[in-house]
Design a protein around this ligand. Structure first.
Ligand code: FES
Length: 477
């Protein structure tokens, strides 16, 4: 299940780390946040290397819908009420400046990434909250207004319109920005101690370390696992649907997202907390909506994405922890990774260069949490002991209830084991205990993966690690 960006854009391979080295800044993760940060640091005269566990943009950057906007759902009215107008204004301006920074960067570097200026809309079924959001955003200096006309094929009560926003092809952008950077692929960072980053390919010694790897994998200090969770959402690319004049997203819980790319329409939705999709059917739901709203359209691709969610809807960008002054982190972008990645690049470049931007405290990872998420103590209740990893023979009769092409739990020697049953009946056992902090993994029928409901680690159907914070596979045998 590849996104259209993956299908359309090839990024040249880079070599792994050739051995130990010293650098001024090591950036962990070659997704958009890591690459933008490395690019900005290099432009500011710093010596930077990027260490990537797999390939450039092999994580969420290839799955984003790439809406470049300071409109982040219905957020600003809530932010003003929770944080006050000053802080809400800082959030608004950091993201609006990020949009402008993209324009300048793309123009200055001559990057061809199908950048397209267009309005952004949040639509809804009740006018009142939309009106309140439009007023709040306008008060913060954003180009916002309430409109009744919404370019969608179904009725709404109106929308919040943000003028002069943009969309692009994220991989074309990332490929161009990556070109002048020193990036080592297939170089997973396994351990970080002070300024030492240990990888199977050698050790890197750095004065500053930036964790831009989606979910920071060092649990302590920082304890990001206790104040962040992950959500998945799904996308279809449709051919033969009339293009929409703008980017749109719904304001409700079961909202849908729309944007055009050339002749294609991207329809997104079906969001759920990672690891909580036991029945599946998210793609089917989108297909049903596509038939209803865009009759005659044809699906040409489908894929899904995963986002880190913070309790106060503000990302964690800044120093990793008080006792690690030279470690930095950029995570918790909610579903708005495009502008947050750019804001992170600017903020972290300022911090590393000794110029702390005035809005740094808003994004500081050390800020007090509004409300703690269920963390290790609560989620740990779901943990199972798990059989020691070894070759397991699963009797066929114990997996009888699992249909071919699906996964499920079976009892073996009195303990639960995960099993994927291939179409030909072969069984692939996995450890159901998440190697991160031990929560019980759940089968996700839409992606045919094992997902963790606690902090969102994912493994493919055979048990190979797809994304962290876990750092190892769960395969048996
Ligand atoms: Fe943390 Fe699974 S226990 S991701």
């Amino acid at each position: 299940m590849e996104s259209i960006w993956s299908q359309l854009c090839h990024i040249p391979q880079r070599p792994p780390l050739p051995g130990g080295l010293h650098t001024e800044v090591a950036v962990i993760g070659a997704g958009l946040a890591g690459i933008l940060t490395a690019f900005a640091l290099q432009q500011a005269g710093h010596r930077v290397v990027v260490l990537e566990a797999r390939r450039i943009a092999s994580g969420q950057s290839r799955n984003t819908t790439a809406k470049v906007t300071s409109q982040h759902g219905l957020l600003y009215d809530r932010l003003i009420r929770r944080l006050g107008e000053d802080k809400a204004g800082q959030y608004a301006q950091a993201n609006q400046r990020a949009l402008e920074a993209y324009r300048q960067l793309i123009a200055a570097q001559g990057i061809r990434c199908d950048w397209q200026e267009c309005p952004a809309y949040v639509y809804g079924s009740r006018a009142e909250p939309l009106q309140a959001e439009a007023d709040a955003a306008a008060r913060l200096g954003l180009p916002a207004s309430f409109v009744q006309q919404v370019p969608l094929p179904f009725p709404t009560a109106g929308a919040v319109l943000f003028a002069h926003q943009a969309q692009c092809n994220p991989l074309l952008l990332l490929r161009a920005l990556a070109e002048p950077l020193t990036i080592y692929e297939q170089t997973p960072v396994q351990h970080v101690e002070g300024g030492r980053l240990e990888t199977p390919r050698g050790t890197v010694q750095a004065e500053h370390i930036v964790f831009a790897c989606h979910f920071p994998f060092v649990d302590l200090p920082g304890a990001f696992f206790s104040r962040m969770h992950q959500e998945r959402s799904y996308v279809l690319a449709l051919e033969g649907a009339a293009p929409l004049a703008g980017m749109l997203i719904g304001s409700g819980e079961d909202s849908y997202s729309f944007r055009s790319y050339g002749d294609l329409l991207l329809l997104g939705g079906g969001a759920h907390r990672a690891g909580r999709n036991p029945q599946g059917g998210r793609y089917d739901l989108l297909r049903q909506k596509a038939r209803e709203w865009f009759p005659g359209s044809r699906e040409v691709a489908c894929w899904s994405a995963q986002d880190c969610i913070t309790p106060d809807s503000v990302p964690y960008i800044g120093r990793y922890a008080a006792d690690r002054p030279h470690w930095y982190v950029a995570t918790g972008f909610q579903k708005w990774g495009m502008t947050h990645s750019m804001a992170a690049a600017q903020l972290l470049t300022g911090l590393i260069g000794g110029k702390e931007p005035p809005y740094a405290s808003l994004f500081a990872p050390s800020r007090p949490a509004l409300s703690a998420l269920p963390g290790l103590a609560a989620e740990g209740g779901q943990a199972v002991r798990g059989l020691a990893k070894r070759f397991l023979q699963i009797p066929a009769e114990s997996a009888q209830s699992i249909p071919p092409g699906h996964g499920g739990a079976v009892l073996l020697e009195g303990e639960k084991v995960g099993v994927y049953k291939a179409e030909d009946g072969s069984l692939y056992p996995v450890d159901l205990r998440c190697p991160h902090l031990g929560c019980q993994l759940e089968w996700n029928p839409d992606e045919r993966s094992w997902d963790c409901p606690c902090h969102g680690s994912r493994f493919d159907r055979f048990g190979r690690l797809l994304s962290g914070p876990a750092m190892e596979d769960i395969c048996h045998g």
